[in-house]
Design a protein around this ligand. Structure first.
Ligand code: OFO
Length: 169
């Protein structure tokens, strides 16, 4: 069954949001590598890769449905952050924004009786819950660290271990 135009447009926009997240996290990774905090750098590099996979999942769905992929411009993410905390706060805000956009699309799919789209989107709803919680946790720990060197170095090591363990899964 062909997808209604507004759903198709929204799916393409979601794909663009995922590509932006991939780009944003790549920039964030570079911010941390350049600050000699490679654990956080590794963390964002991994997140970036994951966002790229989310985009591909949407792409494959469009192809599976015989729908058209619409390339859209990808914004340039900000490169400089006031602090590691400010960087994570921005990542957390972005995840919340993405979650809301999936909720809106899910509502649209339900209203139009597009059950296949609805079923497809539930994976993203769960994924967003995990990602919001992940970013929220880092924001909380970085607030506790209060910009102090030794605490930041400890968290950097923790971020490296997290990224490593996710890669091994
Ligand atoms: Fe793609 O999961 Fe976040 O944005």
């Amino acid at each position: 069954m062909t997808l209604p135009t507004e759903i198709l447009q929204h799916l393409n926009e979601q794909l663009n949001r995922e590509l932006y997240a991939q780009y944003l996290y790549l920039v964030m990774a570079s911010y941390f590598y350049e600050k000699d905090l490679p654990g956080f750098g590794h963390f964002f590099l991994r997140q970036s890769k994951e966002e790229g996979e989310h985009a591909m999942r949407l792409f494959r769905y469009l192809m599976e449905k015989g729908a058209s992929f619409q390339p859209l411009p990808i914004e340039i993410p900000p490169k400089n952050y006031e602090s590691p905390l400010a960087c994570f706060e921005m990542a957390y805000e972005y995840e919340k924004k993405v979650t809301l956009s999936y909720y809106n699309l899910l509502k649209k799919a339900r209203d139009l009786g597009e059950y296949d789209v609805e079923e497809f989107l539930l994976w993203y709803i769960r994924e967003q819950r995990e990602e919001e919680s992940l970013m929220q946790g880092w924001v909380a720990r970085l607030r506790l660290a209060n910009g102090e060197g030794p605490a930041l170095l400890l968290l950097d090591r923790e971020a490296a271990a997290y990224a490593q363990s996710e890669e091994e899964e």
